[in-house]
Design a protein around this ligand. Structure first.
Ligand SMILES: Nc1ncnc2c1ncn2[C@@H]1O[C@H](COP(=O)(O)OP(=O)(O)OP(=O)(O)O)[C@@H](O)[C@H]1O
Ligand SMILES: [Mg+2]
Length: 416
């Protein structure tokens, strides 16, 4: 039985195997080797759709329930809560399990092999601020693999897989620091290149911060005020006012929480806020967003503008809020984005420094910083890291496939 290397990412997933000592990534979606970690439960066709077609169904406004960033739910109580979709009561262990089943069966179809064992990546820390949740997340993910039909699953820290995939960029004896900034977490591995092709791992560390958190911060700063965040709400009696409670806006700006907002209670709460608002217009937009279920469309608009502002591909990347109101948009100036994300970038930088402290190695001893993960393309992140490792040269690994490449290689190593 062959072993399948699986990178189950917050934003993107990929699978691979080892053939004659080399990593082979498996085409998983119309020839591509990665697919978005997204599920769309299509209410009309009464079936689940995965990956890019799930994103397309959401954008097309098809009737159904969309989910993304499911990995961020691991270790939280939401994983075991049951919901009814398509007349079936399921928990999120089952939903993630079915996503993994899809990866497994697509890999089996593409290779003609059968996989009953997985070597899965894992963040160094799923929950960096809560050891109990962190341990629970691994239990949850293990249960998801079993639900998917894998008899056996072992785990490898994602940045250690990336170190393996990028070992040839170092000379023997050199020190490399993998910096893997993904959708949900930032992960680091400090390693020394051995005399042959082996690597010596000195420390791995991580923090629960990634691209989806950047999206949330930008959404809260630039979009949610348009929906009434911070608005004055009149008391039912008297002249006094209070500020609209923040919780609903926070959840609406958080990828993995959005599906949980589409309930009668939340819609009623929003209508009540609009009714007592000093200026009801922004809160009426909130009501409309919840009724039309366009929270994910907003999150996508924020993510698109984030990438455009970061790449500086257009003079003024706007967050296009046309799904709320024709012509509505929020400008996202690159300087404003950098300022909004500065604190988070610092926390990512601190986690990299903590990795060095754990290993007892001076940052100036690092020869190479190896950047992988989609969010390593963020300039504000690169700046926060290169500043701390003045002597290191930057190497850019494959942003979206370095982890799965390393996992695929590791499935071929007998001493795993
Ligand atoms: N060009 C870009 N500039 C900035 N950010 C980008 C770019 N391309 C992708 N991203 C961001 O990268 C993130 C996805 O990266 P990646 O696929 O490495 O994450 P992941 O592996 O799914 O997540 P994790 O490893 O944390 O579970 C998203 O938040 C996305 O917005
Ligand atoms: Mg990743």
């Amino acid at each position: 039985m062959a072993v399948l290397g699986v990178d189950f990412g917050t934003s993107n997933s990929a699978v691979g195997i080892c053939v004659d000592g080399a990593a082979r990534l498996i085409p998983i979606e119309s020839g591509a080797t990665t697919l978005p970690t997204a599920v769309f439960l299509d209410f009309e066709a009464r079936r689940a759709i995965y990956g890019s077609p799930a994103n397309a169904a959401l954008i097309a406004g098809d009737e159904g329930r969309y989910m993304r960033a499911l990995k961020s739910l691991l270790g939280t109580s939401l994983m075991r809560e049951r919901r009814t979709f398509l007349n079936e009561s399921v928990d999120f262990i089952t939903i993630v399990g079915r996503f993994l089943t899809e990866l497994k069966s697509r890999a089996e179809r593409a290779t003609g092999l059968e996989f009953d064992t997985a070597l899965s990546g894992r963040p160094v820390l799923f929950h960096s601020a809560d050891p109990k949740r962190n341990a629970q997340a691994l239990v949850d993910l293990t249960d998801c693999y079993h639900a998917a039909g894998f008899k056996d699953v072992t785990f490898m820290p994602e940045p250690e897989a990336a170190a393996l995939a990028n070992r040839s960029v170092l000379h023997p004896g050199d020190l490399g620091l993998v910096v893997d900034i993904g959708g949900g977490t930032s992960d680091f591995t400090l390693f020394r290149q051995g005399p042959d092709s082996g690597i010596d791992i000195l420390a791995s560390h991580g923090v629960r911060l990634g691209g989806t958190d950047f999206d949330r911060a930008l959404n809260l700063a630039f979009v949610m005020p348009e929906l009434g965040m911070g608005s004055a709400i009149r008391h039912a009696f008297g002249e006094q006012t209070h500020v609209a409670p923040n919780a609903i806006f926070h959840e609406l700006a958080t990828w993995q929480k959005i599906p949980f907002l589409y309930t009668h209670e939340t819609r009623r709460a929003a209508r009540e806020l609009a009714q007592y608002a000093v200026d009801p217009a922004p809160l009426n937009r909130l009501v409309q967003v919840l009724e039309q279920e366009v929270g994910h469309d907003i999150a996508f608009a924020v993510e698109t503008a984030k990438i455009a502002a970061n790449m500086q591909t257009s003079a003024l990347p706007d967050i296009d809020l046309g799904m709320i109101e024709k012509g509505l948009c929020a400008p996202l100036y690159p300087v404003a984005m950098t300022a909004t994300l500065a604190q988070m970038a610092e926390r990512v930088g601190e986690a990299a420094s903590d990795t060095m402290t754990q290993a007892g190695v001076d940052p100036d001893a690092v020869d190479r910083l190896i950047f992988v993960g989609g969010s390593s393309l963020m300039q504000v992140i690169e700046a926060a890291l290169t500043r701390r490792f003045a002597r290191a040269q930057v190497h850019r690994g494959a942003a979206l496939t370095a982890i799965v490449e390393g996992l695929a290689l590791a499935t071929g190593q007998s001493d795993r």
